[in-house]
Design a binder for this molecule. Structure first.
Ligand code: SAH
Length: 342
């Protein structure tokens, strides 16, 4: 299957049909910069080449199965079906101040099994291909085009662990940043990881301009192990060294999901301050999106605010995130899990 993201195969097709490079540029711009549908894109090619391009290329490798628009904020959750019948999800965010963003998936399910995560409860099915990763962006771009928007930020915070699918994720990053395709600056892309030190090191040296986010969630080894299975394999001490090395390329984003009575006590705050004291980071305090099937509860807002204020007073750069799309179960894995049961 030749997808529109298979640059070498597209080049062969170009050469077979003797399409002039400037026509190819118009074709690519139509697809990736103007988010036109493929019939419009084909129309910019010489008539003699259209049938071969149309026959040879798979323009869309995911099928949009469902779209849920939030009624309380400007988030849209998209559920896509893969060619082999699996469901994955993406969330489009339209913050009032800021650029249109998309949260994308990198795997079907996940092998990390974090205790709080709905995707973790599904188990792991398979890696997404580069084309499947990118098609989430292409289709979202087509969806927001009538609103006069285009996707300007991409975060790998949907289903899956991107640093356990580096081959496909790296290729997708290359194409996202390719000036001929999406032309996104590295600084507009964030890869979020559960914390795999050697993969984080490879990633920061290969993509120094792309942001790295670490799902830390606790700076206490025991607490973290209870929350995240991977914490047993990669202890906090090792991750700390990796953070120091990674921060040479810029501030690392620390994600800290706040769970009532689990990681929000004074001792947890103290551990976090000690752990991050010498690392340039930006801390994101995340509200827990509750879902059926999990008995965990999020930290109430006043306590989250107090936690944030303590960190700020200690000199940290902190954002207290408010959940977007909580009415559409926009947290990782929630909607797909719901559908699987239903
Ligand atoms: N595997 C990667 C990326 C996917 S999860 C990682 O672990 O970072 C993206 C973020 O969503 C992570 O910080 C994760 O901890 C968080 N998350 C998972 N379930 C959540 C929930 N129910 N509510 C809020 N955030 C959640």
């Amino acid at each position: 299957m030749t997808t529109i993201y298979d640059i070498d195969a597209i080049e062969q097709l170009r050469s077979r049909n003797a399409v002039q490079p400037h026509r190819m540029k118009l074709f690519r711009n139509a697809l990736f910069k103007n988010s036109s549908d493929w019939n419009e894109a084909l129309a910019v090619l010489p008539e003699s080449a259209r049938a071969d391009f149309d026959r040879s290329i798979t323009f869309q490798c995911l099928e949009l199965a469902e779209r849920h628009d939030s009624e309380i904020d400007a988030a849209s959750k998209l559920i896509f079906k893969t060619h082999d019948g699996h469901l994955i999800e993406s969330v489009v965010l339209r913050p009032k101040t800021g650029r249109t963003s998309i949260c994308i998936s990198s795997q079907v399910g996940c092998a990390c099994y974090c205790s709080f995560c709905a995707t973790g409860k599904m188990g792991f099915t398979r890696n997404l291909t580069t084309a499947e990763i990118l098609d989430q962006i292409t289709q979202a771009n087509r969806m927001v085009k009538p609103e006069g928007r285009s996707i300007r930020n991409v975060v790998f915070m949907g289903m899956g662990e991107p640093l356990l699918n580096t081959e496909q994720v790296y290729r997708a990053l290359d194409l996202m940043m390719d000036p001929k395709l999406y032309d996104l600056a590295g600084s507009r892309i964030t890869v979020s990881t559960v914390g795999i030190p050697n993969a984080m090191e490879d990633f920061t040296s290969a993509y120094p301009s792309v942001h790295l986010a670490l799902s830390l969630h606790s700076a206490d080894q025991e607490v973290r192990q209870r929350m995240m299975q991977q914490a047993r394999v990669y202890p906090l001490e090792q991750i700390h060294e990796t953070l120091l090395a990674a921060s040479k390329h810029g501030k690392v984003m620390i994600e800290y999901l706040m769970l009532d009575g689990v990681n929000d006590r004074p001792a947890d705050l103290q551990a976090l301050e000690n752990y991050l004291r010498d690392v340039p980071v930006h801390i994101n305090l995340i509200p827990f999106n509750e879902y059926a099937g999990s008995n965990l509860r999020g930290t109430p807002q006043p306590q989250r605010e107090a936690f944030a204020n303590h960190l700020k007073a200690a000199g940290f750069d902190v954002t207290l995130r408010y959940s977007m799309g909580s009415d559409i179960e926009a947290a990782c894995g929630q909607l797909v899990q719901h559908k699987r049961k239903g």
